[in-house]
Design a protein around this ligand. Structure first.
Ligand SMILES: C[S@@+](CC[C@H](N)C(=O)[O-])C[C@H]1O[C@@H](n2cnc3c(N)ncnc32)[C@H](O)[C@@H]1O
Length: 277
């Protein structure tokens, strides 16, 4: 079989990908992303041995192509992240929430944090290090961090919890020594204690969520920038409903919750919201 060097890519092909991203993930792909979509999807078509955009898109929208549809969604996501990104959020968590949460845990309470678009895990592992620094006995109590993302491949990377030294620059040396183990010349892995805190799952934020509990804090950062207004506002509302009274919602530096009144949220800092009591 001859594999073409490049695939024909029509306006209809791009429009079909736009529709798939919108319907499956709530992701809005503006026209400016047309070339990016071409390069990511054509790489995937090549990897699957496909021969044209049209055939590939026919396949992923057929019943037989359900699994490949998830792979297409994965290539359409942008997964840039880093440890302790937007450090002020972690400082806020450490000073405003964790001391009280630690006291409550020791009296038999429960603590729940959610990294709602966790990418390759740097965000939930940073949250876990903040927890361990403020509540070192947390793994003994009913303390859990849920880490979810629509992209199953990044969820797997997060669960593995293995990172190169160059990715750990924002992790204080002392924390790296305490909460991580050296796994190779250049590789560090999350330690056993901290692993007890974090659970990784694949989850589409714009579909039903298979759990019912509420959270003391939710990090939903740098994901709604990919959604349209309607999807974004619906998500803020659902997330706010999942916060305990007094719980915190942390959003990305370029994001804002517009529906604070409807969502029962107060602004405590430009990207930090508190659920009303
Ligand atoms: C830019 S990363 C942000 C990672 C992290 N929250 C941070 O701020 O560093 C955006 C993540 O959102 C995920 N994502 C996109 N659409 C999603 C959806 N509908 N449900 C869940 N996750 C989604 C992507 O897979 C990607 O890993």
């Amino acid at each position: 079989m001859d594999v073409p060097d490049s695939f024909a890519y029509s306006a209809t092909d791009f429009h079909r990908v736009q529709e798939i991203a919108r319907l499956e993930a709530g992701i809005h792909l503006p026209h400016s992303k047309r070339s990016l979509v071409f390069s990511r999807v054509s790489r995937r078509i090549r990897a699957t041995g496909g021969e044209s955009f049209r055939d590939y898109l026919d396949y992923v929208t057929s019943q037989a192509g359900r699994a490949e549809l998830q792979e297409l969604i994965c290539v359409l996501t942008t997964n840039v992240t880093q440890f302790f990104r937007e450090k002020a959020h972690f400082e806020h968590l450490e000073t405003e929430l964790l001391p009280k949460l630690g006291a409550s845990l020791r009296q038999g309470g429960r603590g729940r944090l959610w990294s709602a678009a966790c990418s390759t895990g740097q965000e939930p592992w940073s949250m876990a290090m903040s927890v361990m620094a403020r509540v070192p006995d947390a793994p003994r109590w009913d303390m859990r961090i849920l880490a979810t993302d629509i992209n199953h491949a990044v969820v797997e990377t997060g669960r593995k919890g293995e990172y190169r030294a160059e990715d750990l620059q924002a992790v204080p040396q002392r924390w790296r020594e305490t909460y991580m183990q050296q796994a190779g010349d250049d590789t560090f892995t999350m330690g056993a204690d901290i692993r007890r805190l974090v659970t990784f799952r694949s989850l589409n934020l714009n579909r039903a969520w298979p759990f019912h509990g509420q959270f003391d804090a939710i990090f939903c950062r740098n994901v709604v920038i990919y959604f349209d207004d309607e999807t974004r506002n619906a998500l803020w509302k659902r997330l706010a409903e999942r916060l305990v009274p007094g719980g915190f919602l942390y959003v990305g530096h370029s994001e804002r919750v517009d529906c604070t009144t409807a969502c029962q949220l107060d602004v405590v800092a430009p990207t930090i919201y508190r659920k009303r009591n």
